[in-house]
Design a protein around this ligand. Structure first.
Ligand code: AR6
Length: 169
């Protein structure tokens, strides 16, 4: 049975087996969570991302997929990079967002990670409305069979935390 926990805070400060990164398909870093993870995790993470690009993802990691690297200097063993969809008002991309959670958990299971921290994928630069993103995150984690023991949603501000807390009830 997977327990779902909520924390208000910075995902780069979590003691967990795996930290999920809201990356982009280039895998070469960016702002938001991605920037924070690379800053605090150090250059080893980017080095491994570059190697992954060269060996497997020359065209980029597709949206909804996930891949693991070292966690560098973070208090974690792995970073699982996933690419969320950009919010669209005209096209339903919910399944791609759900896929980020499913695929990240699948990778976590392959690694043998027991504790996994997720940010609210796609809710920053990619503009997904927080309430809908929280619904998809919670429903997908609840509906995905996994050996992960704790899924921790790490929310950056009070509003995001409250939104996830309501969805978890
Ligand atoms: N810890 C936890 N949550 C955070 C942190 C942090 N340190 N920093 C921001 N958030 P975003 P996206 C929250 O933009 O929307 C990057 O440039 C933030 O408030 O990081 O999936 C990538 O390279 C928001 O609620 O990810 C991509 O190009 C949530 O994390 C693009 O942004 C996600 O915001 C991905 O956009």
């Amino acid at each position: 049975m997977t327990s779902i926990t909520l924390v208000r805070g910075d995902i780069t400060q979590q003691f967990v087996d795996a930290v999920v990164n809201a990356a982009n398909s280039s895998l070469l870093g960016g702002g938001g969570v991605d920037g924070a993870i690379h800053r605090r995790g150090g250059p080893e993470i980017l080095q491994e991302c570059r190697r992954l690009r060269a060996s497997h993802y020359g065209k980029g990691l597709p949206t909804g997929r996930a891949v693991a690297t070292t966690a560098g200097l973070l208090d974690a063993r792995w970073v699982i990079h996933t690419v969320g969809p950009v919010w669209s008002a005209t096209e339903d991309r919910s399944d791609l967002l759900a896929s980020c959670y499913r695929e990240s958990l699948r990778v976590a299971d392959e690694l043998g990670a027991a504790t996994v921290a997720f940010p609210a994928i796609s809710t920053g630069v990619y503009r997904w409305p927080m309430d809908d993103a929280a619904r998809i995150a919670v429903e997908t984690v609840r509906g995905t069979p996994t050996a992960v023991e704790e899924v921790r949603f790490v929310l950056f501000d009070d509003a995001a935390y409250e939104t996830f807390a309501r969805r978890l009830d």
